[in-house]
Design a protein around this ligand. Structure first.
Ligand code: PGA
Length: 248
């Protein structure tokens, strides 16, 4: 049985004051959730989030990390540095990293290796653009993105979390229908099972305009094991509603 995970992706939003308010409101409304809950925050705020969330059920994560271990990589943050701040998860290969920072499948695969070596669970993001979907390339694209990670990580693949995020649904208010998302999730599940017998325990999250109104039907799909939530994770009441939907 896979446990559900709702992970917020704050992206480049927040301030010391706003984070404090948001985290306290989430912690207060959360009680004892029956699913896993995490927030992936700008790395600069990890110390704050660690402090505020230490005795709450909220886990915390980063939004990216270096594919190098240590050394002359100005501006980079390593997996072991994240580990120093109690980070449980790290987003890897988010489409905004691939699109604006030219991250390649190989770099994503290396980051996954480094995260696992540091004892951090990578949330590996895959997804197609609108043009790719319209050209009938969805399966090719997401399989290629995942194959690079499987290839580099062998049987350790069962330690990752995967997030399917159609690029055309991110921040646009357009969501994949539950059936569209389930179709891709089932395909990813088969690809993972072919790589590892343990793959049945890998959580595959859906991301892309998940909100309180669509969360229940998305999360009811057999291969949708949670959500990676951007915009709605910045509002405590919306985030809590999505967590409640995952706890049903
Ligand atoms: P969104 O973002 O929920 O605002 O669409 C999701 C994501 O990019 O992880």
């Amino acid at each position: 049985m896979r446990s559900k995970l709702i992970a917020g992706n704050w992206k480049m939003n927040g301030s010391l004051a706003a984070n404090q308010d948001l985290l306290l409101a989430i912690a207060q409304g959360l009680g004892t959730p029956s699913c896993n809950v995490a927030v992936c925050v700008p790395s600069l705020y990890l110390a704050q989030v660690q402090h505020v969330c230490a005795s709450s059920p909220i886990a915390w994560g980063a939004q990216d990390m270096s594919c190098f271990e240590i050394g002359a990589y100005t501006g980079e943050i390593s997996a072991s540095m994240l580990r120093d701040f109690g980070v449980r998860y790290v987003l890897v290969g988010h489409s905004e990293r691939r699109q604006y920072h030219g991250e390649t499948d190989e770099q994503v695969a290396t980051k996954v290796q480094r995260a696992l070596a540091a004892g951090i669970t990578p949330i590996v993001c895959v997804g197609e653009t609108l043009a790719q979907r319209e050209a009938g390339l969805t399966a090719d694209v997401v399989k290629r993105q995942l194959a690079a990670v499987i290839h580099a990580n062998g049987h350790c693949i069962s330690e990752v979390v995967v997030a399917y995020e159609p690029v055309w649904a991110i921040g646009t208010g357009k969501t994949a229908s539950p059936e569209q998302a389930q179709e891709v999730h089932a395909m990813l599940r088969l690809q993972l099972l072919a790589a590892s017998k343990q793959a049945d325990r890998i959580s595959i999250l859906y991301g892309g305009s998940m909100n309180p109104a669509n969360a229940v039907s998305l999360l009811a799909q057999p291969d949708i094991d949670g959500g990676l939530v951007g915009g709605a994770s910045l509002k405590a009441n919306e985030f809590l509603s999505i967590v409640a939907a995952a706890s049903q």
